[in-house]
Design a protein around this ligand. Structure first.
Ligand code: VG1
Ligand code: CO
Length: 543
């Protein structure tokens, strides 16, 4: 059957955000909506002759339909080979691993990550380039521009490809290989961590509860933790990826993973808890009756990295997104390695890792990772923590307290105001930006502002510039308030306010976080009139 051409007209708003194009499932279900975007992508990519593409998703509703569409279009584009995960499943870090291992020219990830799934939920699509990482902004901008002009869809009039069993199929001259979604990823993990030490830890009776939240992390966690490392069956819960995540919101934070928190704060709690998100690139690590902030998690991993086989030669450098706390900066200073500050989103770490300047990176939004792939990686972080617990003999809590003892505590919280009208959110940011030049040297809510700017980033490798990446207000004592709008939501706008204060006094490090940050909340309110602008008394979520 030859390639067929379907006439189409452009859809508005196919602009990729922080991490790909995310919309309601109902938007993606419109006729040729997905096809338009994929065509725009294929139009900006070079000729596919001889090239390999990787395709997989987090198994959410619409995943299977979307994969069949992409396979037909990839054949029409002329790829030599497409590797697709069995059942259409590949976690985001696994896509990155497969792209790298098989020297593919790129990968398509079908996921809306931590956003809810199901027919009324969200869907998403993201393109990763040959290093296995998210496409840089110049690619996503070109795709968006092309999406506004696309007039023809090139596809094949072919049967659906059977995805449930491993095997090789063909559409036209394109070979479609259904691969084991875990294999390549698991191999990388074996090379990084001391599996014997972790095995012994479990043998000694150490108890872990890993909540995969009915999302794509389940098969990976089960294969590695239970089947290979000997954790008891039942260690991984909610382990089968479901199309609607069984109604859970697979965003691993103490609010959405409340069941895990319940277990970890109950009598007889396991030694360690963990959860991953929809596409398994995020992680939350919890100690017994002890919540670990993601920024602290990154700092602990950096501080102890040399104890883990994969990082025993030390770290070249570390990187964090701008709103992430400065805990890792303090560790980097002690280790005498560089620390980079990038805009929000994993795509900004790629060049730093490719050029060998950075080994470990992370974000405040429960994302940590390293140069083993080019995505953040949830299970990797959990294995890292297990490896550290095993070789140091310390609990999760004691590792974090060790960090605080040495560097003080970066008390941290993020306040989200979700689904506010877009115009109001834009106005709030515009007003803030307008006020910036006059702020340094003034007192706001009784506190001295020393810095007020809109974060801009120049990539040290390719020189590309990203502007308006978040409004930063800095105080004389190093405290910070950051304001930015989310680029992953699908309903109105989400305002994120990030609060950080360094607490050097050990006697005050255990004060409730929100109490400790109250002066900064007052400052944010005085500056941005958040309540009035959002019409909300309280944030929707505080993490
Ligand atoms: C959020 C997080 C950001 C993360 C992004 C993708 O973006 O804040 O740190 O990289 O999600 O994560 P935003 O623009 O909504 O703040 V995932 O797990 O959705 O791929
Ligand atoms: Co994710």
């Amino acid at each position: 059957m030859p390639v067929i051409v379907l006439p189409t007209t452009p859809y508005e708003g196919q602009r990729p955000g922080t991490s790909g194009l995310r919309k309601k499932v109902t938007v993606f279900e419109q006729r040729l909506y997905l096809e338009n975007f994929v065509q725009a992508l294929f139009d900006v990519l070079p000729d596919a002759k001889g090239l390999t593409l990787v395709v997989g998703g987090d198994g959410r509703y619409h995943n299977r339909v979307a994969i069949q569409v992409i396979l037909r279009m990839a054949a029409a584009k002329g790829y030599a080979r497409v590797l697709v995960g069995q059942g259409g499943i590949l976690s985001t870090p696994a896509v990155s691993a497969v792209v790298r291992r098989h020297a593919a020219s790129g990968g398509i990830v079908l996921s809306a990550s931590h956003n809810p799934g199901g027919p009324d939920g969200d869907f998403g699509i993201k393109y990763n380039v040959a290093n296995g990482g998210p496409a840089p902004e110049k690619v996503t901008q070109a795709v968006y521009a092309r999406s506004r002009e696309v007039r023809e869809i090139h596809t094949c009039d072919s049967e659906d490809v059977p995805l449930d069993a491993l095997g090789t199929h063909r559409i036209e001259s394109t070979e479609l290989v259904v691969i084991d979604p875990v294999l390549d990823y698991a191999n990388i993990m074996r090379g990084l961590f001391d599996f014997d030490a972790i095995r012994k830890l479990f043998q000694s009776g150490f108890r872990l509860r890993f909540d995969a939240m009915n999302a794509v992390g389940g098969p990976y966690a089960k294969a590695l933790l239970e089947d290979e490392l000997g954790a008891p069956v039942g260690t991984v819960v909610n382990a089968t990826p479901l199309e609607d995540f069984g109604g859970l919101h697979p965003d691993p934070n103490p609010v959405n993973a409340e069941d895990l928190i319940g277990h970890m704060f109950a009598e007889g709690a396991p030694d360690m808890g963990a959860a991953s998100d929809g596409d398994a690139d995020r992680n939350m690590v919890v100690g017994r009756s002890f919540v670990v902030s993601p920024s602290d998690s990154l700092a602990v991993l950096a501080a102890h990295a040399a104890k883990v086989p994969g990082y025993s030669r030390g770290l070249a450098g570390v990187a964090r997104s701008m709103p992430t706390s400065t805990a890792v900066d303090r560790v980097a200073k002690t280790l005498k390695i560089p620390c980079f500050e990038t805009p929000t989103g994993w795509k900004f770490f790629g060049n730093l890792m490719d050029s060998g300047q950075v080994t470990l990176c992370g974000e405040e939004s429960y994302g940590t990772g390293s140069n083993h792939v080019r995505e953040k990686d949830g299970l990797w972080a959990v294995l890292f923590w297990l490896n550290l617990v095993a070789v140091t003999g310390q609990s999760v809590e004691s590792l974090v307290r060790g960090l605080w003892r040495e560097h003080g505590r970066c008390v941290y919280s993020r306040h989200d105001y979700e689904a506010i009208p877009t115009e109001r959110a834009d106005q709030l940011m515009a007003d803030l930006r307008a006020a910036l030049p006059g702020l340094p040297g003034t007192q706001v809510a009784g506190q001295s502002v020393v810095l007020a700017d809109d974060f801009a980033y120049t990539d040290p490798v390719d020189g590309s510039v990203s502007q308006q990446q978040g409004v930063r207000i800095g105080l004389a004592d190093g405290s910070r308030v950051v304001f930015r709008l989310s680029g992953t939501g699908t309903e109105g706008a989400t305002l994120r306010i990030y609060l950080e204060r360094h607490e050097a006094d050990p006697a005050r490090q255990d004060l409730p976080v929100q109490q400790s940050l109250k002066p900064l909340v007052d400052l944010a309110e005085a500056l941005a009139h958040v309540h009035q602008a959002t019409g909300m008394e309280q944030p929707t979520v505080m993490t």
